[in-house]
Ligand binder design. Structure first.
Ligand code: AMP
Length: 413
């Protein structure tokens, strides 16, 4: 195993590494840092929690050079799908940038425009941005992207899912053609490959986990249960097992709110965090969760990417994710950087096909477990012969990331 000293990082960045308390590089860092320092485009297929933020932040800080302008304009641009992820990247970038006295700023949607403008007016070397707000600012001529030396697209698959591809194409046309580009994504499909072919010729490919592969130290299981018994099962599970710091995923914001209410009524301290909550509510909820004031956070998929909390012990999929890629992202919130994690998925009979889609992508069967003495209703069991046939591609099952079919949508959920 290589050490950070072997990757070409200079003493200033090595100091930043020790301030971040990293001892040895993770595989994505080991494989990405040298080609990034060599000025190559890098396309990294790395699942969440692998240490990808530092993998692009450290060499980027070392590689950019400030032009002689009085007020610095951005030389590195990190585009991320969510505000929370922007905060996470900004935090690591600030530590890395400190020895250079580079200014790291973030601009994100959903919070006031003016204070962001004021901070920008004081100069910026490294800009972290969500696509929509960035375009607003470039349209208003508040940000000049003509000096960008390195562009990073972080969690590119999620940006694609969230409909951010058109703004990203615009951004790609605003930065210098010869700028270095880095793309990090948990999954790399045809749309991303097309973009790589057009804008990132001769890129170095870094593949840490194959598509759908999850960290080995995550213990996965599924719990077959009827839809109407999910809340009772969750309450029973939480009362019997110590699940530690727990992230619970629901399919919709409404269900997240509903579940948080049920848990609170049962005297379980928790909060819901999703797109309908204000930025200050989200920040407060995340802070309470990070500082252990609450042990349970209920959330939705869109939020999942941005949540950066260390030491999450358990991820509970209250609803089986419809997209198998979402499953990978959800459970990737636990078991980060080599720690152990539990991932439990509630599966109602009507979610069976979604589970099979997941198992097909992961190329493994997720063991089904029962909570002892729970008064399960008849009919919730998943026949094992259905579950075991993961070698076959599941029967057509429509989900967001698949091409639209001309046939009417299969209304399963
Ligand atoms: P990321 O994939 O960037 O979201 O990082 C996941 C987690 O791994 C974060 O909590 C980081 O602080 C942590 N991390 C990143 N690099 C290392 C490293 N080399 N050693 C230990 N922890 C790390």
């Amino acid at each position: 195993m290589k050490k950070f000293e072997d990757l070409g990082l200079n003493p200033k960045l090595l100091k930043a590494v020790s301030r971040l308390k990293y001892e040895n590089p993770t595989p994505v860092q080991e494989q990405s840092i040298p080609p990034i320092l060599a000025g190559k485009h890098v396309v990294a297929c790395a699942q969440t929690g692998t240490g990808k933020t530092a993998a692009f932040v450290l060499p980027t800080i070392q590689s950019i050079t400030r032009s002689s302008r009085k007020k610095p304009v951005p030389h590195a641009l990190v585009v991320v799908p969510t505000r929370e992820l922007a905060t996470q990247v900004e935090k690591v970038a600030k530590v890395a940038a400190q020895p250079y006295e580079y200014k790291v700023r973030s601009v994100v949607g959903g919070i006031k425009y003016k204070p962001q403008l004021e901070r920008l007016s004081r100069g910026v070397d490294v800009l972290v941005a969500t696509p929509g707000r960035l375009l607003d600012l470039t349209d208003d001529k508040q940000i000049d992207l003509s000096q960008i030396q390195i562009l990073i697209l972080d969690e590119a698959d999620r940006m694609l899912d969230m409909g951010f591809w058109p703004p990203i194409k615009k951004i790609l046309n605003m930065i210098p053609r010869d700028s270095q580009k880095l793309l990090f994504s948990a999954t790399i499909g045809s749309e991303i490959n097309k973009m790589v072919g057009a804008h990132m010729k001769n890129s170095v490919k870094v593949e840490i986990a194959r598509k759908g592969e999850t960290a080995q130290h995550i213990i996965q299981s599924c719990m077959p249960v009827e839809h109407s018994q999910k809340a009772d099962l969750l309450l029973a599970l939480l009362s019997r097992r110590s699940t530690g710091k727990t992230l619970i995923f629901t399919r919709t914001k409404r269900r997240a709110n509903m579940l948080a209410r049920i848990l609170s009524k049962n005297k379980i301290k928790c909060q819901a965090i999703h797109g309908d909550r204000s930025q200050s509510q989200r920040t407060r909820a995340l802070k309470d969760f990070t500082t252990n004031r609450i042990d349970i956070l209920v959330t939705t998929d869109v939020m999942a990417r941005g949540i950066h909390v260390d030491n999450i012990d358990t991820v509970i999929n209250y609803d089986t994710p419809v997209s198998p890629e979402d499953y990978v992202h959800r459970i990737g919130r636990t078991g980060r950087a080599g720690q152990k994690g539990d991932a439990i998925t509630f599966v109602a009979p009507e979610e069976m096909l979604a589970l099979r889609d997941i198992e097909f992508l992961m190329k493994e069967v997720i063991p089904a477990v029962d909570l002892e003495d729970f008064p399960y209703r008849e009919g919730r069991t998943i026949p094992s012969e259905k579950r075991l046939a993961v070698k076959e591609k599941p029967k057509p099952f429509q989900h967001r990331s698949r091409k639209k079919s001309s046939r009417p949508r299969n209304r399963r959920r």
